[in-house]
Design a protein around this ligand. Sequence first.
Ligand code: SF4
Length: 457
Amino acid sequence: MSIESRRATSPTARVFQERPHTVGFVSLGCAKALVDSERILTQLRAEGYEVTSTYAESDIVVVNTCGFINDAVEESLDAIADAVEQHDKVIVTGCLGARAEHIRDCFPDLLAVTGPHATQAVLDAVHEELPPRHDPFLSLLPPGGIKLTPRHYAYLKISEGCNHGCRFCIIPQLRGPLVSRPIDEVMDEAENLVRAGVRELLVVSQDTSAYGADIKYRPRFHRGSPLKTNLYDLAHGLGSLGVWVRLHYVYPYPHVDRIIPLMRDGYVLPYLDIPFQHASPKILKLMRRPANTQGNLDRISAWRDVCPDITIRSTFIAGFPGETEADFAELLQFLEEAELDRVGCFAYSPVSGATANELPDAVPDAVRDERRDRLLAVQADISERKLQRKIGNTVKVIIDEVDRGQGIGRSEGDAPDVDGRVFVENAQGAVPGDILEVVVVTADQYDLHAVAQPVKH
Ligand code: SF4
């Protein structure tokens, strides 16, 4: 019997002769969509599929779309059009996939269209076209699964959907009401990520403060200890894993006050990402959001009393329908008083299907843009002022990359992609994920420049 024919009759050899199926993956959208992509890819890899970055090498293509604002819809439709032009087996998933009829009208030849967080539906569609080939070697996965972020940080999604009804947003229509993951499941995933080398966990959801409300904060057991499915127990539990923990999309509900001492005591990073969106009570009411601006200022001040180093990040919308110059001035006044550390601002952009589109008194496009620019200019001065105060301080920095001895990283007050960076001289020998102590030398509007402290032996 020749080697070739022996191979053909051996079940093990047959496995090696079959090329694994390859999946091309296009991932668009926010951190929550990224987590969905990671889940799908992790499962596909576990089943023996290979992931590739070119259409030519793909047996099938999955496009994970975003449908949050019109620009994102356009980008998603372009990505689908590109995939369909280059490949005949395309599956669409994600937020835009919730509008399946519209997508099917535009692209009738798609293999399948699923909505967001539909991992199993995407897997089913892939299986139907390309049944999995069992390969025990390919099934060996790193315990943290497949991640699309650099190895040293990872997004941890704790819930799906949202129970609010902000008029500019269609997330509740796309992703449904709040569904929290049981706390033991989240803790297991976090522990796996840490075992896989993750040094920073970024907690994401649509509304992190509401975590557990839908399941009445159900108690679960994790490693023999009871934990309630709520934000406090989650922050405390994650904070015990010995890595940085950063909380995103936290609304200022009263129980958030209990989290601030955990920041002071080093369990979670002293960082809160709170999307205030506006400060004029009139505009907040039109947006259908809580309108307690003075209460928010008082809370921020009380949080700083407990944890003076806290960094507060927020986002705002300029030019919402009905916003007058006086309303906008209230927003600028809030910024001056609150002295937030990091601020993003969008000119209002109508989203198809949002009830804000029915409101009268639309602000002209040019005025929206001009107000956004004005807000960002005000904030740039505040940010620079605050960063200047850090000169001479020793701060901790997590290194994201090293280039010829210069480290580029982030302080405890900087989330990846959205906040500032710290450029660290004298970082020879550091690798991504290292946490260094550095002394701040200079600061500009958004970034810090620092020198690494010698490592103490
Ligand atoms: S809180 Fe408001 S903006 Fe955020 S996802 Fe829910 S409805 Fe949308």
